[in-house]
Every structure is written in structure tokens, then in C-alpha cells.
Write a protein of this length. Structure first.
Length: 218
């Protein structure tokens, strides 16, 4: 029992920013987390990482240190404010999501690949595929859910959902940095639910379109 207690007390989070360079498992967890967060709140993620590197004394791994550049921080901060308000307005949030289909997914892949900037080319490609896939799953689940919520005439549900996404992003990033193993478990659960939501919304849309297709054929 004493040996077990000593072992448990010696376990440190995989993402121990104080003792970089971190190992491959830590980098993979970070790449997955950045992909997920990119699909939810891309500009907030870029700004937080940049601020951590510039003001928080954090040595960002790989090629992420570019996020600490004042120009990158300034642009991401402006876009963060724009997204914060656009995401609270019914239907404007869906337009914003539609446009960012072409931004969040490649950005998630790029950020994940940047984590592996000091690793081999194969590691960077695998990280890009992982980050892009997670960003896509998160983005489409978010965009689909918001489009369904926007069918309600009242704006309250949209605003509440948006604040819920803000809280989810903040909690997820905090967990990623402090308890990466717990984050990975939660990420698996989240992605299972996201896939279920995307499939359910797709089936619902198909059911709506079937009667119209029948009328046109007639």
C-alpha cells in the first residue's frame, strides 16, 4: 500500500509546462485538444495560447510560439470579440458557422501539426489529420445544433447555448492543461455524442426533404 501511495503521489500531468520538452504522449494529447477547441472557439484558443506564451511564462511546444507574436494576438483578440457577439445573435451565428467551416477545420489541422513542429514529418501529418478530424466533428456538431435551435422564435435559447459553449471551451482547455488524461476521456465521450448528434440531424433533414422531393416528382 505504501508503494502504491508513493506511485500515485508521484504521477504528474502529461502536460507539465515547467519541464519541457514534453513527451510524445503529451504532444498527442495537446494536438487532440487544440483540434477539438478549434472547432468550438478558434480565435479564443489562439488568443489564450498566445497570451500564455507571451505573458504566462509558458514555453509553447513545436511551432506554436508564433501565436505569441503581437500581431497574431491583436488579430485573434479582435476576431475573438467579433465571434463572441456574432455567436449570440440568432441566425447570424449560423452564417458565421457556415463561413468558418472553411477556417476552423484547416486551422485545427494546422495548430495540431504545429504542436509536432520539432518532430518528424510523419508525426506532423498524423497530428494534422487528428486535429482536422476533431475540429470537423466539433464544428459540424456545433453548427448543426445551433441551426436547429435557431428554428425557435425566441432568442433566449440561442444566447444560453452560446454561453454554454463558452463555458465548455474554458473548462475543456483548463482540463487539457491540468488533467490531460481526464480531458482525453471526456473528449472521447464528447465525440461520440457529437457523431450521434450529426447523424440525428442529418436523418431529420432527410425526412423533411422527402415529401418535397415526392411533390416535385409528381
Amino acid at each position: 500500500m505504501d508503494e502504491l501511495s508513493t506511485l500515485l503521489n508521484s504521477v504528474q500531468p502529461m502536460l507539465d509546462w515547467r519541464d519541457l520538452p514534453v513527451d510524445m504522449a503529451s504532444l498527442a494529447a495537446l494536438a487532440a485538444g487544440l483540434g477539438w477547441a478549434s472547432g468550438l472557439r478558434l480565435y479564443a484558443l489562439v488568443f489564450v495560447l498566445g497570451a500564455a506564451g507571451r505573458f504566462g511564462g509558458v514555453q509553447l511546444p513545436g511551432e506554436l510560439d508564433v501565436l505569441s507574436h503581437p500581431l497574431v494576438m491583436g488579430l485573434s483578440g479582435l476576431m475573438l470579440l467579433a465571434e463572441f457577439f456574432a455567436d449570440k445573435l440568432p441566425w447570424l451565428d449560423s452564417v458565421w458557422d457556415a463561413v468558418h467551416t472553411f477556417i476552423r477545420i484547416p486551422a485545427g489541422a494546422a495548430l495540431a501539426a504545429a504542436v509536432m513542429g520539432d518532430q518528424s514529418g510523419n508525426a506532423q501529418i498524423l497530428a494534422a489529420l487528428l486535429g482536422g478530424s476533431l475540429a470537423a466533428g466539433t464544428h459540424f456538431a456545433k453548427a448543426g445544433a445551433r441551426a436547429a435551435i435557431n428554428t425557435s422564435p425566441e432568442p433566449v435559447s440561442n444566447v444560453v447555448t452560446s454561453f454554454g459553449e463558452d463555458a465548455l471551451f474554458a473548462g475543456g482547455v483548463w482540463t487539457l492543461f491540468n488533467y490531460p488524461l481526464a480531458f482525453l476521456v471526456a473528449l472521447v465521450v464528447f465525440m461520440v455524442l457529437a457523431i450521434w448528434l450529426i447523424v440525428s440531424l442529418w436523418r431529420f433533414v432527410r425526412r423533411l426533404l422527402r415529401p418535397r422531393s415526392g411533390q416535385v416528382a409528381a
